[in-house]
Ligand binder design. Structure first.
Ligand code: ADP
Ligand code: MG
Length: 322
């Protein structure tokens, strides 16, 4: 199949979104932005062998490729609208591409995101999505703005994805059912888009947890010129991760919980006075929002263990060049 036949068969579509005046098929997409909105733009690349294992399920990979980008929009409080997909593929395996696009499409449809362009080339498997979103002018959530005394929150549970990866690569063992659940969190994360946009006007700062809590909260603290005091006992986790934390695999479990990447939950700060609204929001979204500590003036990150003593050292965050 030629490059153009591939594009026609798998990527070209009639735009559903009236804002897309010109979609796939020309040299560039042409979009009418909404009045009063600012554009949020972000790009994320997934490389085989680095971000996903060779032989990963293509449907889930299609989901994840878009999900990680929607998560960046969520972290900004933006509504994702338009995506561009650049793919390097080792071969033109139509079954693989169809499966990949079914995962991508399902998530795009669920979030009303329109694929408006991309690029297709031969090469080592590599998927790259550019996402454009909209946010009311001046209201985007950022990493700057955490104030001393704010509460620190995270959504969902942390460490699931890293625990799954450890299980899949035989560094630990989980019961089959547990591993399947954790694996879904690794391979098909749910971007917290509704949470992000509702946090506009509530949260003072926000980030998505893609590289682990210590590193990502660290970015907020750095940008906000502050520190934080957390309690390990408060950090929400899957019961199977909790069980490992209490046993001989404690240091691995600490690593998953504090520095595991790929969870795509939101970490945010908010004034104590908004605690009631956040509690109500958690109920409304059916998503746990857990207070895990507080922002403080001393510019370091301290995590107390279960007995209230600071952990002597925190696991190092993941760094591609570290
Ligand atoms: P150009 O040569 O101008 O870069 P291409 O021939 O690469 O254009 O692409 C033709 C059209 O198909 C463009 O509108 C481009 O955005 C779209 N396209 C190519 N690959 C993809 C893809 N993987 N996903 C979505 N759209 C794509
Ligand atoms: Mg091109």
């Amino acid at each position: 199949m030629s490059e153009f036949a591939l594009i026609d068969r798998f990527f070209k579509r009639v735009p559903r979104d009236a804002a897309v005046r010109i979609g796939i098929g020309d040299d560039a997409a042409v979009i009418t932005p909404s009045a009063g909105m600012e554009l949020a733009a972000s790009v994320d690349m997934l490389v085989e062998g680095r971000h996903f294992l060779q032989g990963s399920d293509p449907v889930r990979l299609g989901h994840k490729t878009l999900a990680v980008n929607l998560s960046d929009m969520a972290a900004m409080g933006a509504t994702p609208r338009w995506a561009l997909l650049a793919g390097a593929l080792p071969d033109e395996d139509p079954e693989w591409i169809a499966a990949f696009m079914s995962g991508f499409e399902a998530l795009a449809t669920a979030f009303n995101v329109e694929l408006v362009g991309g690029d297709t080339t031969r090469g080592p498997r590599n998927l790259c999505v550019t996402i454009l979103g909209e946010v009311p002018a001046g209201t985007a959530l950022t990493r700057v703005g955490a104030n001393v005394g704010d509460d620190v929150y995270v959504s969902g549970t942390l460490g699931d994805a890293a625990a799954a990866l450890a299980g899949l690569t035989s560094r630990t063992r989980f019961e089959a059912e547990t591993l399947a659940t954790l694996r879904l969190r690794l391979e098909a994360p749910t971007p917290r888009v509704a949470l992000g946009s509702t946090l506009r006007g509530i949260a003072t700062s926000c980030i998505d947890v893609s590289d682990g809590l210590v590193g990502d909260l660290g970015h907020i603290l750095e940008a906000s010129s502050a520190g934080a005091h957390l309690s390990l006992a408060l950090i929400p986790r899957h019961p199977a991760v909790d069980a490992k934390l209490a046993g001989p695999e404690r240091s691995a479990a600490l690593q998953w919980l504090l520095a595991g990447g790929d969870d795509y939950e939101l970490c945010f700060t908010a004034p104590r006075a908004t605690a009631g609204r956040i509690e109500a929001l958690a109920k409304e979204l059916a998503l746990p929002l857990t207070r895990i500590g507080m922002v403080r003036a001393e510019r370091d990150l301290v995590v107390d263990d279960e007995r209230g003593r600071p952990l002597a050292s925190l696991p190092r965050p993941f760094d591609h060049f570290g």
